[in-house]
Write a protein that binds this ligand. Sequence first.
Ligand code: NAI
Length: 332
Amino acid sequence: MAEPINVVVTGAAGQIAYSLLYQLAAGSVFGPNQPINLRLLDIAPMVDVLKGVVMELEDLALPLVREILPTADPAAAFKDAAAAFLVGAMPRKQGMERKDLLAANVKIFKDQGEALDKYACKDVKVLVVGNPANTNALICSHYAPSIPKENFTAMTRLDQNRAQASLAARLGVQVDKVQNVIIWGNHSSTQYPDAAHASVELNDKVSSVPAAINDDAWLNGVFVEKIQKRGAEVIAARKMSSAMSAAKAAGDHMRDWWMGTKPGSWISMGVVSDGSYGIPKDIVFSFPVTIKNKKYEIVQGLSINDFARSKLTITAKELEEERAEAHQVLMP
Ligand code: NAI
């Protein structure tokens, strides 16, 4: 058995954390041989709720869980952290403009970036789930200059999973027969779900998804909009945002980062742009990546047609606007 690693979950009294913590405790993210110390961070008014979450974690009776620390103190939570799920964020309240939401959240992610910088392991893997996830991840990395910026990522895996499930349903195949659908850009309604490079295993033969579906109007229209608006659709039905599927996606994202991607397949993650595909540098943009030895590489050389380019430009522009708004809040 390996030594335990410290794993932080922020927003630990919330909905997503409630599903995520079980996956961590059961070993489905860091593997069945990796014990974990759980660091549960939430705001002070939620500490009593956290105590209930701790009781339930104890009652799971799962052997990989060693220490559990419920806290409202970022210094204690991030101490020697090897992995951090930054789920906690200020929710959008009625009448709140996007700008107000961004302002409330960039402050949280500035503070957490500073705490990571001071207390976490220098190779900590940080996954930002709390919205606006891409820009929160950018801010967090900015305030943690001693940690490589490659260690900060934002979650678009839920969008990827939604896209994969939607294509599989359309093709009438099991969901794992579809691979390599891409989410480009922001985790928002400007994201571009792109099936152009996706493949499907049909009758023991691998084909391209666009050829198998043979309906570009559907792929460029209904499919794109459905994935862009799926989060809102779930909220309308559940009166709460996606939680079980978001937690599963967070586990998928971190597991692939930790364990690596399978040969020939890639996944989408929001990462600090290095200018690949002509995307502006220094925004957290979702790209297709492969992962080996806990390091990701952006997949290079994919063809981008005019339709895709127009979509990439829209979502990159939104991220540049968010970055400008965030800077205005932090450095008025
Ligand atoms: P929730 O409201 O159930 O839980 C959020 C928790 O965060 C609360 O317990 C709250 O007290 C806590 N929190 C607030 N400020 C905090 C701070 N400064 N430090 C630590 N904890 C803090 O929300 P839920 O459903 O768990 O969602 C969490 C976030 O994830 C939201 O921002 C949501 O929009 C986002 N989300 C992102 C998705 C993605 O694909 N990237 C998908 C679904 C949700």
